[in-house]
Design a protein. Structure first.
Length: 222
């Protein structure tokens, strides 16, 4: 019987967890679930929740756990319907971001019978490094790719995927960045400690090149 591998990526904003999640998806053929991506898609709708989600995201604050959980369940149900258990696994990028979300995700994974093969990867960078990266990263105006301020990406002037113009993300103001970093200390750190006590946490040095972070991940998840 196949047991899908569940990876949960945690880390400060700017740690590169999204980039590393994408690399692991390509390497292992995993299904990607990014709460930020799900929320941004929800923010595109014009109903009350969509509009309030957009305002919340632009302010740098966290959306409520009830909304996050609803989006997860919809996606997990879709995967179960289409794939059953016959797939390599799932990556959760940047979630859970609060302790109650971690407990809800535990329940959801048990419900879908995907709770037997879980690893939580903490892409670990300092607050100072996170702030430096976030104030300097850019986003492509064409395809939406986020260009991190790390490695060779520091020097590119056009998007390396579509050639589009690069600009600062609307939500990367210094005030919003500091709020996100404060929220990590207050809300996400207890999640890290929760998974560490369960013996599921794998710490990765995020203050390396993208390639070296990826290499360390592959070595530690064998």
């Amino acid at each position: 019987m196949n047991i899908p591998q569940i990876f949960i990526f945690l880390g400060r904003a700017g740690s590169g967890k999204g980039t590393q999640a994408e690399l692991l998806v390509k390497k292992l053929g995993l299904i990607y679930i990014g709460s930020g991506e799900l929320l941004r898609a929800r923010a595109e709708t014009k109903d009350f929740t969509g509009q309030k989600t957009a305002v919340t995201l632009n302010s740098g604050a966290l959306c409520p756990s009830t909304l996050i959980f609803m989006l997860w369940i919809n996606r997990l149900e879709e995967i179960k319907q289409k794939q059953g258990d016959d797939f390599p696994g799932i990556i959760f990028d940047g979630s859970p971001r609060q302790l109650d979300e971690a407990l809800l995700l535990d329940e959801a994974l048990r419900w879908y019978e995907w709770d037997k093969n879980i690893k939580v990867l903490l892409i670990d960078i300092s607050r100072q490094e996170a702030f430096s990266r976030l104030t300097k990263r850019r986003i492509c105006q064409g395809c939406g790719q986020v260009i991190p301020y790390v490695g060779h990406y520091k020097n590119i002037e056009k998007c390396d995927k579509c050639g589009g113009e690069l600009d600062v993300r609307a939500d990367d103001t210094k005030e919003a960045i500091n709020l996100r970093l404060d929220l990590f200390e207050q809300e996400v750190q207890p999640v890290v400690e929760f998974y560490e006590k369960k013996g599921l946490l794998v710490k990765i040095n995020g203050e390396q090149s993208i390639e070296d972070v990826h290499k360390e991940i592959l070595e530690k998840i064998k």
